[in-house]
Write a protein that binds this ligand. Structure first.
Ligand code: PGA
Length: 253
């Protein structure tokens, strides 16, 4: 059985106190209300991570993620945060290759390989993001585009390493826009991703990799998206900033 996962991506929102309040609400609601085995991950800004991690200590279902890590191990890289630093404050997951990082920080497929290497070397689970911009979708080239992102960033990793990763498919035209991919569109491309992983690593492995959908996922559309056979959960932006909405999404399987 593939792991069901809902990860919240807070992006650059919330002061420290606001972030801790949100985390604490989510943790309590998850403990009170969530009976299924879904894994909940809160991907907070760097400065919140240590505090959120302390709050979630001992709560097996709740994990803490960062939104990025450096491609370098350590040294003179002003402003960067390394995977080992994240690990040292109790972080277990890290988003790598979010479309906003690719776009605003010019992160290339090969740079992302180095970030994934750093994450894995420090025992962090990468949440590797892929997804196409609107013009690629309009030209019906999304399958080839996403396959190329995966091949170029991930396909030099061993079968053992690929099994440690989570993939998030996020069509850029659906992120923060209120336009969600239909459940049929999501299923179609999630299957493409899974088949692509199977072609490289074999079906046994690809069948066990969780593939999350991201892009305007909300309490009212999460159930339909999560009901698709190859959609194993979600990476949630805007709706992860409201504890009630986020936990309702967690309960949408
Ligand atoms: P959104 O963001 O849910 O606000 O569309 C998703 C994401 O970018 O991870």
């Amino acid at each position: 059985m593939r792991q069901k996962i809902v990860a919240g991506n807070w992006k650059m929102n919330n002061t420290y106190d606001q972030g801790l309040k949100l985390a604490s609400e989510v943790i309590h609601m998850v403990q009170d209300e969530v009976k299924s085995d879904v894994k909940v991950i809160m991907c907070a800004p760097f400065i919140h991570l240590s505090g959120v991690s302390k709050l979630s200590q001992g709560v097996a279902q709740v994990h803490v993620g960062a939104q990025d890590c450096s491609a370098k191990e350590a040294g003179a890289y002003t402003g960067e945060v390394s995977a080992s630093m994240l690990k040292s404050v109790g972080v277990s997951h890290v988003i790598i290759g979010h479309s906003e990082r690719r776009e605003y920080h010019a992160e290339s497929n090969t740079l992302l390989t180095d970030k994934v290497k750093q994450a894995l070397a420090n025992g962090l689970t990468p949440i590797f993001c892929c997804g196409e911009p609107l013009e690629i979708r309009e030209a019906d080239q999304q399958n080839a585009y996403v396959k190329q992102q995966l091949t170029e960033s991930l396909f030099d990793f061993s079968a053992e390493d690929i099994q440690k990763m989570i993939i998030a498919y996020e069509p850029i035209w659906a992120i923060g826009t209120g336009k969600t991919a239909s459940s049929a569109q999501a299923q179609e491309i999630h299957l493409v991703v899974r088949e692509h992983l199977a072609a490289q690593y074999g079906r046994d492995i690809s069948d066990n990799i969780s593939i999350l959908y991201g892009g305007s996922c909300k309490p009212d559309n999460a159930h339909e998206l999560f009901s698709q056979p190859d959609v194993d959960g979600g990476l949630i932006g805007g709706a992860s900033l409201k504890s009630r909405d986020f936990v309702d999404i967690v309960k949408s399987f």
